[in-house]
Design a protein around this ligand. Structure first.
Ligand code: SAM
Length: 472
């Protein structure tokens, strides 16, 4: 039954194949010879299959786990350098007709305040986000064809791209909305979205159906096959994710990699990003009532193994995680993080009174964007506000070719420095600016091509003179 090329959910995410994989991983978790050969293969930086990666996940040998971490760190450095891309979520509406038992937006929640941003409110929210320095957003909305039809989402995207406040602009809008039709994906593509993100929540069909008892999202196949429809609609950057805590993490890990293998097999390009959210406390949701929570160490191991298994896929971590956890997993492979996020509808403009709570979940990292930027730089990372790739048409396999060509240091690196410079001049505190200027100076030396370095230096000067939006 298992067929990565099939377009049927139950064939490319075959339950039988996952169970066989887990049994194989259990049987081989102490097989050091096999583990060494898998690690050797991983060192070629061409990725691992779900079976190979599952053996590593099952292995508990401390020395081998340490080798996995070291390799993940090295691959992270080779592919992503020390750049960390910044973004923020923007909640448009929490009206929802689904019954997801882990999400406070489920239709039966009478307690949560229901809100939907008007276009005027979007202008205010986006202005507040621009004033922090954000250039890249992930739009979030519940599923509700009456309150949040595609026309509403499209109108919001148009409004967001049109807002030019001081030197601010949102240059890339990613979208995280419910699974939809090819036709609607095509409309999103035409509206100029970056990545289409949809979390699978769980790859286990039986659990999926229990966790989504009613509403359009209850259709496992329709949800699981969404990325194929998105790609058919012309979106070639798609973002996968699992909500860790719902099902056995080893099952989810195998499923996630099988999904990536499926996209590669059918469309010739794997996922652009993988997100690793963990279940959090929320309005009427108590994460302790779910049995499959994972500790920080297991979480870190999953992140490291995703890095090793799909080296070209970006990895995203949100403010669901604390500063300490973020610090750990950024090192092991995360390439994109959110900063100063609000998970309420309208939260960037106004603090919500307790009785009007519209939040999707509790945020652990509550620092300002300036604090996050400073923290990253103090650890030696370059916070990047770059959005160049998709604006230059480098999406899907064209982005992958850039990664594979080894030209990232001549492209993403100067772009990161130039967008950081904009941030420092337009939004940073005095302290952050000082650290940033020194970092840029030092990092200019890491641009390999002389010509690119010269252009980058010239552009940095122009940014000081007030010109914006340079890119390679
Ligand atoms: N409604 C769309 C959908 O169903 O895909 C949009 C996604 S929703 C706004 C964003 C994501 O938040 C969900 O896919 C889910 O994984 C996550 N989420 C929901 N409840 C959560 C909770 N209690 N803790 C952490 N993440 C949660």
């Amino acid at each position: 039954m298992y067929n990565p090329k099939s377009l049927k959910a139950e064939e490319f995410i075959s339950d039988e194949e996952i169970r066989d994989t887990l049994a194989y991983a259990d049987a081989n978790k102490d097989n050091i010879e096999l583990i060494d050969s898998i690690l050797e293969k991983a060192k070629e930086r061409k990725g691992l299959s779900h079976r190979e990666a599952s053996v590593l996940l099952a292995c508990e040998d401390e020395k081998k786990v340490q080798e996995m971490y070291t390799l993940a760190e090295q691959i992270k450095k080779d592919f992503y350098g020390n750049r960390i891309v910044m973004f923020a979520p923007l909640y448009l509406s929490n009206y929802c007709i689904n019954g997801c038992v882990y999400c406070p937006y489920h239709i039966k929640n009478q307690h949560i305040a229901r809100k939907k941003l008007t276009q005027e409110e979007i202008v205010k929210e986006v202005t507040a986000l621009q004033d922090m320095g954000h250039k890249r957003l992930a739009l979030e909305a519940g599923e509700d064809p009456k309150n949040n039809p595609i026309e509403y989402i499209l109108e919001c995207i148009k409004t967001i791209y049109s807002i030019k406040h001081k030197n601010g602009a949102i240059r890339r809008v990613n979208v995280n909305i419910a699974a939809t039709t090819v036709e609607e994906y095509r409309m999103l593509k035409e509206a100029g979205i970056g990545t289409y993100i949809l979390f699978q929540e769980t790859y286990n069909k039986k659990s999926y159906e229990e966790l989504h008892p009613y509403g359009p999202k209850s259709n496992y196949a329709y949800h699981t096959e969404a990325m194929d429809r998105a790609m058919e609609g012309g979106i070639d950057d798609v973002g996968l994710g699992v909500l860790f805590g719902l099902e056995l993490y080893r099952y989810e890990f195998a499923g996630l990699l099988m999904h990536a293998e499926h996209l590669e097999a059918v469309h010739g390009v794997g996922p652009h990003t993988i997100s690793v959210p963990r279940l959090k406390r929320a309005d009427d949701i108590d994460p302790d009532t779910f049995d499959n929570g994972i500790d920080d160490e297991t979480f870190a191991k999953i992140c490291a193994l995703i890095r090793i298994s799909v080296p070209y896929t970006g990895m995203i971590i949100s403010t669901r995680e604390s500063q300490a956890v973020r610090e750990k997993v950024i090192k092991l492979g995360v390439s994109q993080i959110s900063g100063a996020s609000k998970t309420s509808v309208g939260g960037y403009c106004e603090e919500e009174p307790e009785e009007e709570n519209s939040e999707q979940f509790d945020v652990s990292d509550k620092r300002t964007l300036d604090e996050v930027v400073k923290w990253l730089m103090e650890m030696g990372y370059i916070p990047s506000f770059c959005t160049a790739c998709y604006r230059e048409g480098r999406t899907g396999d064209r982005f992958m070719s850039l990664c594979k060509s080894g030209q990232i240091q001549n492209c993403c690196h100067p772009n990161a420095l130039m967008t950081l410079k904009e941030y420092l001049i337009d939004y940073a505190s005095e302290d952050t600016r000082k650290i940033g200027e020194a970092l840029i100076e030092a990092e200019l030396g890491n641009i390999p091509k002389e010509k690119v370095k010269e252009i980058c230096k010239e552009n940095l000067l122009k940014i000081e003179q007030g010109i914006r939006d340079f890119r390679f």
